[in-house]
Each structure stands twice: as C-alpha cells, then as structure tokens.
Design a protein around this ligand. Structure first.
Ligand code: NI
Length: 258
C-alpha cells in the first residue's frame, strides 16, 4: 500500500490514458494519492477526479510562479472549495525564485494570504520552494504555520534546513530526484529525516525516477521512490510503504473511513 502525496494527474498529459494510468498505479500497490491543482484550469479539474475516486484526495492552491495572475475571483474559488469533500490540503503554494515572472513581493503576499486562509480552514499546507529556502522558512515562521503544518514537497535542501521545517510541523517529501545520480544531497537528507516525518511522491507528470528520467512520470512510479528511500533507511519496501502511508494519512488528517 503506497501513498503518492503529490500528483498532477489533472494535467492534460494524462488525458489519453487516464484509466490505464490508474490501473497501473493500482497494480504497483499505489492505493492512495493526492491530486494538486495550482491555477484555475487545474483546480477545476481536481473536483471531478476526487468525486469519482474515493481514494484520491485533493489539494488546491495558487502556485508562486503565476502569483501575479491571481485575481480576487481565483482566491475565492480556492476559499469556497476548501470544504469540498476530499480536499485535504491547501497547496501547492510557496516561493519560486527560479522564474521572475512574478516579483518576490507579489509572491510573498500571495503566499502569506493563502497560509492565513489554510489556518482559518484548519488545513495543512503543501509547500513549493525553489531557490527560496530562507524566505520560505521565514514566512512560514512569521505566519505561525506550525499550527497547521503540512508537506515540504519535492524536498531538495540539506538536513539542517529539513530540521528547521520539521520544527515548524512539516513533513519532508521526496520524489524521483532521490534516484538521480547527481542527487547525493537529497539522499543524505533522506537518510537523516526521522521515519515519522518522511513522505514520498511523484510530482507526475514531472520528475520521473530512474530508469525513466526524462519520460512522463505517473503515480505507479512512486514505488521506485519508495524502494530507494527504503534502501537508504535499511528497511524493506513493505515497511517503508506502511510508514509513509501512515505518515501521509496523519499529515492530511485522513481517518479510517475517509
Ligand atoms: Ni507539483
């Protein structure tokens, strides 16, 4: 039983083979996943998926790269749908300094506003951080995000930073890059993260793990991430699957019958 905590199966990359893709996930033991919407079209595509599949959960939030495009209507779309059955997190939100389409000040404001919204709704966050670790941490701390916590998605920093995010009540999630040859930093961090704070994800259709690097990713391949992390921790795949699934359900506050 594997839990892929971060997918974009609402992406048009899956339009041609959606049912087959879900079957392959099931065959690989992926019994639960989160589908993430990051802008108006992808947020609107989350709902039919989670309405039709009991074990697919949803997360909605406005992505930092397009922060400058977020209208009041977009904010309200997110706000009014946070109580939709099956929505388990607000995200992915955060900071992305790799792209300069949205000025930092605008990214900060959109990020803070959505953290406050999640706190009001009592939902955990899914955090996207690219080349903005210090500001991401500072804003989470200033906004007291520890009261809701959440996921540091596709984590790629060192263990010192991971500890700081864990202290703010966040889980550390690893994806396909942990299998890449040049990703020793991620492997070192994964080795250090306490077992009860570890999550796995694909971020599909992006970041396919080896040996599929560069190809379209899909939830079935979270198994390859689980195998790598299990190897780093000296555990079996079954043990790692059980631990990361329990962690995901605790993080997203999913209870036995929900
Ligand atoms: Ni994502």
């Amino acid at each position: 039983m594997l839990f892929d905590t971060h997918t974009h199966i609402n992406d048009e990359a899956f339009d041609a083979d959606f049912p087959d893709m879900l079957n392959r996930a099931e065959e690989a033991g992926v019994t639960q996943m989160v589908v993430v919407g990051v802008d108006r079209p992808t947020i609107e595509r989350v709902f039919p998926i989670i309405d039709q599949h009991k074990y697919i959960y949803g997360a909605i939030g406005w992505n930092p790269e397009d922060a400058i495009d977020m209208t009041e209507d977009d904010f309200q779309l997110i706000q009014r749908n946070l109580t939709h059955p099956g929505i388990v997190a607000l995200g992915e939100i955060g900071l992305d300094y790799h792209w300069d389409k949205s000025p930092k000040s605008v990214q900060h404001e959109v990020f803070r506003r959505q953290i406050r919204l999640a706190k009001k709704a009592g939902l955990p966050l899914i955090i996207h951080n690219r080349e903005a670790t210090e500001d991401t941490w500072r804003i989470l701390k200033e906004e007291h995000a520890e009261s809701i916590g959440g996921v540091m998605h596709c984590y790629s920093d060192d263990w010192d930073w991971a500890q700081k995010f864990i202290d703010l009540n966040f889980y550390i999630s690893f994806g396909g890059p942990v299998t890449f040859k040049n990703a020793q930093l991620q492997r070192d961090t994964a080795t250090m993260v306490p077992l009860d704070r570890l999550l796995i994800e694909t971020d599909c259709p992006f970041l396919s793990p080896q040996p599929f690097r560069g190809k379209r990713n899909e939830p079935a391949r979270v198994r390859l991430v689980a195998e790598k992390v299990a190897e780093l921790k000296g555990l079996s795949l079954e043990e790692m699957a059980k631990i990361t699934t329990e962690n995901a359900r605790r993080c997203f506050r999913i209870h036995e019958n929900g």
